[in-house]
Structure formats: structure tokens, C-alpha cells
Design a protein around this ligand. Structure first.
Ligand SMILES: [Zn+2]
Length: 295
């Protein structure tokens, strides 16, 4: 399987900023870790792809968190991404599976819901964390994100996200985001962009046909003088580890620790974001208890 990679750059003398990603590996990793149904693979896969794209616009240790809460059976999805190219995420109800919609596609819109909100939180380096929100417009994620950019950040954006799921897993996933941060962009530029994008087809199909993220932007920005600026690989990765689990257990306090020791004999924990399971042994729990007696 081709690795997940991303390209970003500018076009039209800096009036356009663009980023595109092949996220097949990331989405397959999420499907496998969380045992996602086909429908949730498509839904969470689109949000993970969006996270990868938005992470590309961050610097150094900054992070972005995308939360989608709709009235559909998935209930909610959370994804976060870092500037260094890591993405992780989960869905509240990972096994929701619906029959295909009228276009014979996985019915992401119904599974997510059409009533609800998308929240975007930036943890930036030199500013306080900032959260912007917008109502969902379709539950299909790409349209919801474009709507969010327009109403909350006032940035006209084209967002395309796609996941192609086969019987054995993810066949292809990817997408692109093209933004016009200067609202003074000429009508010519906008109409060229609209014409290119409408003739492009679905991102997941293009990636399945072997078109690279750069190839996708070359087509989407044809005639607009695209300049690639950065390429990097993207991985599904989490920040959890055993030390953090032990810290969380220690923070429960003496009484809780004694209760766990007496009732369970060991502690089990599962990371929501990556589904990694941790088993903390009796010996380690006793150490934590001793430590809590000393402090
Ligand atoms: Zn984790």
C-alpha cells in the first residue's frame, strides 16, 4: 500500500493556498484499530483526511482538533492533528453500518446526521487556544468543513474528501483543500478554479487510479501557476503511553486504587483515540499505592 503523503503550496501569485493528501494508510490504520464498519470508515476517514490537510497549515508544536457532533447514529467523531504530520481520531459509535444511499455510496450524511455542529479548535503557539464552530450543512464532512471556513474563518474554500472502502479494507483515501485567504480574488480566478474542480471527479477515485496528491493539485490548479512548497509523510499516531495511564491511575487517589486492587487485582485502560489497551499489573498498582502514601 502506498504511504500517506501530503503536498502543499501556493498558486495565482499567492492568492491561493492549496494542500492535498493521500491518506489511505491513515484511514486503514484507524479502521483496523477501531474495528470500524464500512460506513464509519468513510465518515471518520474523511474527518481524518481533513485533519491531515489542516495540520499542514500549522507550525512547530501547534495542534488542531476537529469535533463533529450530529444527530445521526455515529453521534460524534473527534480527530486531532499536529504540525509534524501525525493524525489520530475516533468515532463514538464505530460499528454503525447503513445501506448505501441513492447514489450507491456509503451513506455518511445519514450516519453523521444533518443537524449538529462542527467545532475546530486550534492550540497555537503564541496565542490562547481558539475554537470556531458552524452548523453542519450535509453531514458529508467536506461540505460541512467548507461551510465552517466560510462562516467562521471567512475564508472561501474548496474542500474535497474521499474514502473508497472495499471488502478487505480501505482501497484509497485522500482529499484536497484550496483556499482563497484574500477575499479580493478576481472572478476570473474563481471561475477557473470552479471549472477545474468540477471536472476533477472524486479524490478517492483519483487516488485509486494512482494519481498523486501533487497530480491532483496540478489538475485542480491548472492554468493557475501552482508552486509546491512542502512535501511530507503523514502517519496515524497517538500520544498515549503507559506512563500517562499510570499517572491517571495515581491521580484517582488511595481509596480508588485500593478498590481496584481488591476488586480487579489489576487495572485495564483503553485509549479512546487509538484503541491501544493497557494492562497495569497488581505489582505496579501496589507501587502506585506506596508512592501515593509517600506523597
Ligand atoms: Zn492512544
Amino acid at each position: 500500500m502506498e504511504s500517506s503523503n501530503l503536498i502543499k503550496g501556493t498558486a495565482a501569485r499567492g492568492e491561493i493556498r492549496a494542500v492535498s493528501v493521500c491518506s489511505t494508510e491513515i484511514v486503514e490504520e484507524a479502521r483496523r484499530r477501531h474495528a470500524l464498519s464500512a460506513t464509519v470508515t468513510a465518515a471518520l476517514g474523511r474527518l481524518l483526511t481533513a485533519g491531515a490537510l489542516m495540520g499542514a497549515n500549522l507550525k512547530n508544536r501547534e495542534t488542531v482538533t476537529l469535533r463533529v457532533f450530529g444527530d445521526g447514529p455515529i453521534s460524534g467523531m473527534i480527530v486531532d492533528a499536529t504540525a509534524s504530520g501525525t493524525v489520530r481520531g475516533y468515532a463514538r459509535n464505530p460499528q454503525v453500518d447503513l445501506s448505501p444511499n441513492s447514489q450507491k455510496k456509503l451513506d455518511v450524511g445519514t450516519a453523521v446526521g444533518r443537524q449538529g455542529f462542527i467545532h475546530v479548535t486550534y492550540a497555537l503557539e503564541l496565542r490562547d487556544p481558539y475554537t470556531g464552530s458552524a452548523p453542519l450543512s450535509s453531514g458529508e464532512i467536506a461540505q460541512d468543513l467548507a461551510h465552517y471556513f466560510r462562516v467562521s474563518e471567512q475564508i472561501p474554500s474548496v474542500v474535497s474528501l474521499g474514502v473508497l472502502v472495499g471488502k478487505e479494507g480501505v482501497l484509497a483515501a485522500g482529499g484536497f483543500m484550496i483556499q482563497l485567504p484574500n477575499t479580493s480574488a478576481s472572478e476570473d480566478l474563481v471561475s477557473t478554479l470552479e471549472r477545474n474542480v468540477s471536472g476533477l471527479g472524486e479524490s478517492s477515485r483519483l487516488i485509486h487510479e494512482g494519481v498523486s496528491p501533487e497530480g491532483i493539485l496540478d489538475k485542480a490548479l491548472e492554468g493557475l501557476d501552482f508552486h509546491p512548497e512542502e512535501r511530507k509523510s503523514i502517519v496515524f499516531a497517538c500520544t498515549c503511553n503507559e506512563e500517562k495511564v499510570k499517572g491517571a491511575l495515581a491521580a484517582l487517589g488511595r481509596r480508588e486504587l485500593i478498590e481496584i486492587l481488591e476488586k480487579e487485582g489489576q487495572a485495564q485502560a483503553k485509549c479512546e483515540f487509538c484503541a491501544q489497551e493497557y494492562v497495569i499489573s497488581r505489582g505496579t498498582l501496589e507501587e502506585l499505592l506506596q508512592w501515593s502514601e509517600m506523597s
